[in-house]
Every structure is written in C-alpha cells, then in structure tokens.
Write a protein of this length. Sequence first.
Length: 700
Amino acid sequence: MSTHRNRVASQSQTETISVLTTALRKWGLLAGVTGVALATGAAAVVLWLWEPVYDAQQFVRVVQNREYADILEDGHNKSDSKSILAPLTSDLLLNRLLLDEAVRQRADIDAQSLRNKIRVEGNNGELYAVICRDASPAYAATVVQQLVREFVRYQQAYRDESLQKLQETLVVEIANADENIKRISRDLTTLSEQRLLANSGDKKPVDPDGTFLAEMLKRLYDYQIEKRQIADQTRRLENSTEDPNAELDAAELQLAISRAPSLLAIEAQVRELENQRASLSRNGARHPAVEDLTRRITEAKRQLETEKKSLADAARASLRLKKKQEAASEIAVLEARTAFLDSNIAEAETEVDRLTRRLQSTNKLDFEFAQKIKEQERAYQRLDDWLAKKDRIESKSMSLYQVLIEGPDAVAVPLQPVEKYPFRLLGMAIAGGLFLPFLAAAGIEYRWRRISNPEQVRQQFEVDVLSEVADLPTRTSRPALLTSRRFTRQLRLYEESIDNLSTLITLATEKRPIVFSVTSAASNEGKTTMASQLAISSARSNHGRTLLIDADLRSPSLHRLLDASLDCGLGDVLAGSVSLEDAISPTSIENLDILTAGKLRSNPRRYFSNGHWEELLDKVREQYDQVIIDTPPVLAASESLTISLKCDYALLCVLRDVSRSSSVKRAHERLVASGVNVLGCAFGGVPQSEYISKYGSYEY
C-alpha cells in the first residue's frame, strides 16, 4: 500500500514538473513578451488611477476606574476599551456626523463610506488614535475633529446615563434589603409568640422573646458601622497629609507672613525711602539724588518680594507640619476608638454565639428562632454592604471611565501622504502582469496534459520506450534551402533515429517474418510517417523484402507519401474483387512494396472481421520478410484493435507535445485488454538539438 502511494506521488510530481517545463518551453517566449506588455500596461493603469491619500489623526485617552467597576458583584458595568470605542463607527454617531455641513460637503458621502475611511489604532495602553484616510487632507482633518467631538459628547451622556442607572439599582437593592429585614422581623415576632406559648409550662426559656439577642445583634451592627466610618475618616486624614498640593488656609498663611519682623523692617525701609524721594521731587525726576533713591526703592521692593516668597514657603511648611501633627493626633484618637470598637465587637460576637448555641439546645422553636436571627444578621450585613457602596459612589465623583482628548483640540492637516508612490500596488500589478501569461500557459498545458518526455510514458503507463525519434526537418518551398548543408544534416539525423528504432525492433523480435502494426491513440500523432519511414529503413538495411500496408481505410495517406495508386488496394482485396498479387505494387525503393488502402465500399470493421484479414496476413508472411501495417487510431476506430490482434506485435506511437497522457493511457489499456502484444512505444517529435545533446551526432 505504501509502495503504491509512493508511486502515485512520484507520478504526480513528475507530471507537475513536466507540465511546467512544457509550458515554459512552448509558451515561454510568447508568455514573456505578453507578460512584459501586461506588466507595463498594469503599471501605467495603476499610476493613472492612483491618487495620494492622507491620514489625519487625533489621540484620545480612555481612563477606566476599576474601583467603580467592581462595586457591583455581577460585573454588568465592567467595560473594555474596544467596547468603549466601538460607537466611533456606529450608525448613530456617523449619522450625527453627517449633519455637520463641513462633513456633508460631498454629495457622495454616507455612513458606510465614512465607516470605510475611519479606523482606530491602539498606541500605548490607554492611548488610542482615531484616524481618517481621505484624498483631501483638509477633509480628513475635519472628519476626525468632528467625530472625536461627537464621540466625547456621546460618551459623556452615556456615562451620566450609566451612573443614573447604577444609582437607581442601588436604591432598588437597598429598598429590597430593608424590606427583607422587615419581613424577617415579622417572622421573629411570630416565632417569639410561639415559643412563649410552647414554654409556658416548662422551665424559664433562654431569652424567651429574643429581645436580648436582637439587642446584641443591633449593637454589633452599630459597632461595625461606626468602625467603617472611622476607617473612612482615617483614610481621608492620611490622604490630606500625604498630598503636597493640598490647599492651605489663605487667611492663616497671610497672617503668618504679615507678622514676620524681617518683612516689617523692609516695608519700613521702603516707606522711608519713598518719603525722602517725595521731599526731593521738586528737584525733578532726573536729579541724581532722586534717581539714586528710585534705584534704592526698586532694590528694596525686590528684596521685599524675595522675603515674602521665602516667608511664604516657610509658613507653608510650618502649616503643613502643624496640619500633619493635628491629623496625627486625630488619627491616634480614631485608632484608640477603633481598638475599643474591636473589643466591643469581639464581646458582642461571643455573646451572640453563646446565645445562639443555647437556643439551639432548648427546643425546635428555639432553634428556628436562632436560624431566623442569623438570617436577620445576614440581611443587616447585606443592607450594610449596599449602603457602603452607595456611600462610596456619593463620596467620590466616580465614573466608570472617562474619554479625554489628548493634545490640541484642533486637528492638524496632514502634509505628507501615506504613500508617496504606490510601490506595493505597482509591485503587485507588475508581478501579476508578468506571471499571468505563464500561469495561463501552465493552465492550458495542465488542461490538456500532453506528454513531453519519455519518462512520463515509462512511469504512467509502465511501457518501454524503444527509442526516441528526432523531429522532421522543417519543410520549405525554397529549393536552395533543400540542398543546404543544414537541411541535409537534419534529414540525416532524422533518418539515423529511424534506423536506430528499426534496428531495435528487429533485435527485440525473434520471429521471422515479422508482422507488426504501427498505431497511435489519436490522429495526427505521426503514426503514418513512422510506419512509412520504418518500412523504408527496413528495405534499405538488407533485412529482406518489406511490405507496407495502409490499413487505415477511413483516411488513407500512405499512397501520397510513396506516390502509389489508390485505385486498387487492401479494401478491394478484402472485398474479394481483386487478388492480393494485383493489389500489391512496387515502389521506387528497392525491396519495398506497398499495399494501399484501396476503395472503401463498406464499414471497415466488416472487412477485418470476416476471416479474410487473417488469410491475407498468412499469404504475405510467405512472400515478405517484414510486414509493416499502418492502422487507424485506437480510440477513433474500433477496427484498429482487430488489425493489431492478428499481428505479431504492435508499436504505439507517441508524439511529443501533441499526444495527451490520458488518451495514450486509454489506448494502451485497450490494446492490452484485447490481447494485443504491445512491443513498446516510439517517442517522436524530439527537437534535433535535444536529440543531439542526448545521443550525440555522428556525421558522414
């Protein structure tokens, strides 16, 4: 099985290589010229149709608040950057954008064409670039600017709506939790009454009406609420002391600066100098003493400003230190209160746990009451959680996310196009133009799958190739070329390849006389020329007398090649109208006779199926040493198999670049299935240069 698969794979690979080499050999020049023309035309079209495009862009920053997103456990309010930026290309936003006159200035613009122009690219983390590509740089900048503005307004409205929905959700959940607590309280009242009735005759029950346990739970709840409030207050104090940009009391700061002795001394000096200058002002502003006083006043005022700044810095540091100390004192008090609350919470939890265990050990009603108490505790805790979430939202101006415009609000008009020249399109157009003819040629060859080398015959059909035959010299109507040395050399090379094939046939066959047919899969594959040349070669090689029979009664042609008459031939002999001796005629070549096709008077199949054909072959065997029969194509004429079956051997002709592999395969299968002894294949049409490079040339 593996060997079969390997053979099939090898045949497929060989066939593919053959198709490509054949296409390159047969169509290479035409495909090359056509490819250059197509590539040039495609490049010209690309350059003619191409117009530069510009990318205008504006950056937006998406800042998300994870704390806000985690307030609700169900996570329905969590978002990612892609979903936040998705409305940029939505129909809602693009239709809003089309209402702007600057965007609507083009008559062919619509929402879909705008969507094709716009894209969003991530830059770095929270930063994203909104880009519009258009042939007009000014229009691209306008679209981006208006789109980002509309998007920011849309997101602001969406955030407000989301926050409102979240607040409404919190209100509903808080109301539900409060209603749940009231329901549990009613159930506790009912259970308390049932327990009192059940325990009226027994010993005194533990906490009969549940008042003490409810009081302890309420106290525990109050302690926890107070502890949480203290924690929030402590956190605010710590944040206020750690923030260097925190605002200080302006009045207190001004008071600390104004009381500084150094500042008061400088202010007194300035006033004294100004009084002196006022007393000398009658001498004029250009008097040396007045100018000197003016210079001294300016220096004193500069010193005053420097001193004010220095005192302000010192006062700020002092006030911050004082504020930090006050905050530390408040934090210490709060921490002491927190420790006290922790102690009370631990005692309350211990008492609640003790009462719960005692209630569980009394009777069923007490146990149900204890369970209901725990349910009440969980309800209080749930209500506390929702209230805490509400406080967290209201205490901070929180939002799920925020979209900010990064950089200037006005978008700069791009000056450089995305591509100065369309190198990529040019490359694709040139490559497509160059390779398209080669692909078309390969497709044509793959469609027909003609045989181009003997290896295909050996591998695909498992038939021996007896010999390769060189191509006939090119015919010409100029007599001078027929006597040229080149034409003579080509003709001799062709004759030598025919002689080589004739010799191999003679050596490969042991019977004497030899009767063999020359056939092909389809017409125009060189079988008639091959049969005539083999007959001539055999007659000239002193192998004895040779008879050439034209058995292709439908389309005879041997009589034209050897200048014989068609009036009396094989058809007449098989019809019984003429004797064999009268139908055979000699040729101009010594030892070579020919039996032409003659006249066709009926269906050729009837001639070869009535026993006359076999009798004719027995007669010619007695008279000739070698009989060569030109038969019709195997696939086109049914009598071809009958003719070859009565012969000793059959030679299958394959013409390079003409014979199709599928046709040759079917013909060979029919010959073998009919019992015909296939001697092998003759591979004709080999270019003379290739034949010389493979077998060499040995001239006279």
